[in-house]
Design a binder for this molecule. Structure first.
Ligand code: 5GP
Ligand code: MN
Length: 351
């Protein structure tokens, strides 16, 4: 297969050396894992297992139910549930993959365990500004997804044969969840050559889309309907939109983790809206999600005001304070964005 090389030769050589020599492998990914984090982790696990390696996937917290269909999902060790096992696995591993995150704080309570683990550490990620805590850092922020990078890494070290149906199911899932089913960050021809390879391995792409991205509970649909109808505020003069959900409102709709996924994107459908903020009361803090279009950078807003960061068009944070404090911060930002140029032709996002 012919695609442009992205990962450097030096990185591939080092990766190949680790994968050849080291047999006891742990793979981990970020807190509140999404399709890319879990897809990359399980995809890499299946590929390495078919080389005869011992591989375990550990996550800081529970993956969403929508990803339970992925092969191997039930074998994931969740730190909040299997604390001792996860500690043990990390202590014993001689190779640790850190997938889909760029900084230790993104794995929350797992951070000290990974930081102090003795195994070789390899980051494979597509977020900006990787922290240097790994022995090998494979970080390319223009990639659609970590799953695309894992495919490229496997290909680059001669493991195309190990990309079997299970690997393909997992990697395809991350590629669609991180690109909105190829509706943003997906303008490179290589992406579709990779998709063709995965489809050739027998994946049912329509089934994966339906299970990973197009399945909701009735409670979730009602919560989204309520949020849009009763809680969305639009500020056309500042090209902004805000949605807030309090603890009481979340409880009323029997909120489960993942239920508000994609809500923050919806106001961007309005032509006047260039940036969108969603504030959710998670009790210990106000979870901030931010999305924007084109050149409007929401990561700087999250860094400066909401104790967070992320990508230009997709960012977030954890605001310490009350919901009304967080709303006040948002309101105080509006005047500076009045009359900025609206560019609606470029709806991009990177997760
Ligand atoms: P989401 O809104 O889907 O939770 O997060 C979108 C993106 O924003 C993530 O992929 C991540 O890059 C960034 N992000 C979300 N929450 C945080 C946070 O609390 N801190 C930082 N630094 N980045 C975040
Ligand atoms: Mn990702």
């Amino acid at each position: 297969m012919r695609i442009n090389q992205v990962i450097s030769n030096e990185e591939l050589l080092q990766l190949k050396d680790y994968v050849t020599r080291l047999n006891n492998i742990v793979i981990t990914c970020h807190l509140s894992p999404d399709g890319d984090a879990i897809g990359a982790s399980l995809g890499l696990m299946h590929a390495l297992e078919s080389l005869g390696k011992t591989v375990h996937v550990v996550t800081p917290d529970m993956p969403p139910r929508s990803l339970a269909f992925l092969p191997g999902a039930k074998d994931v060790y969740i730190y909040t549930k299997h604390e001792d096992t996860v500690k043990n696995l990390l202590e014993r591993a001689n190779l640790i993959f850190c997938l889909d995150f760029n900084a230790l704080k993104r794995i929350d309570t797992l951070a000290p365990l990974v930081a102090h683990a003795k195994g070789k550490k390899v980051m494979i990620d597509h977020h900006l500004d990787p922290e240097q805590f790994c022995d090998l850092t494979i970080s390319y922020s223009r990639m659609s997804s970590t799953c695309e990078l894992v495919f490229r890494a496997l290909m680059g070290i001669g493991m195309m044969k190990q990309i079997n149906r299970k690997v393909a199911d997992c990697l395809y899932t991350g590629m669609i969840t991180d690109t909105g089913n190829f509706s943003y960050n997906s303008n490179t021809p290589d992406l579709y050559l990779i998709v063709a390879e995965l489809v050739a391995r027998g994946i049912n792409k329509d089934r994966i889309y339906n299970l990973a991205m197009n399945t909701s509970s009735a409670d979730r649909l009602r919560l989204l309907g309520y949020a849009l109808s009763e809680k969305m505020q639009v500020f056309p003069e500042s090209h902004a939109a805000l949605i807030t959900l309090t603890k009481e409102e979340l409880d009323r709709f029997n909120y489960k983790k993942g239920d508000t996924e994609s809500l923050v994107n919806m106001p961007l459908q309005i032509p006047e809206v260039q940036w969108s903020i969603f504030l959710r009361d998670d009790e210990t803090y106000i979870k901030v999600s931010a999305r924007s279009q084109g050149e409007f950078a929401v990561n700087t807003i999250c860094e400066q005001h909401f104790n967070g960061g992320g990508h230009k068009n997709a960012a977030g944070g954890e605001f310490i304070g009350s919901m009304s404090d967080a709303v006040a911060v948002f309101m105080s930002l509006l005047p500076q964005f009045a009359d900025t140029n609206v560019n609606n032709n470029n709806k991009t996002e990177n997760k």
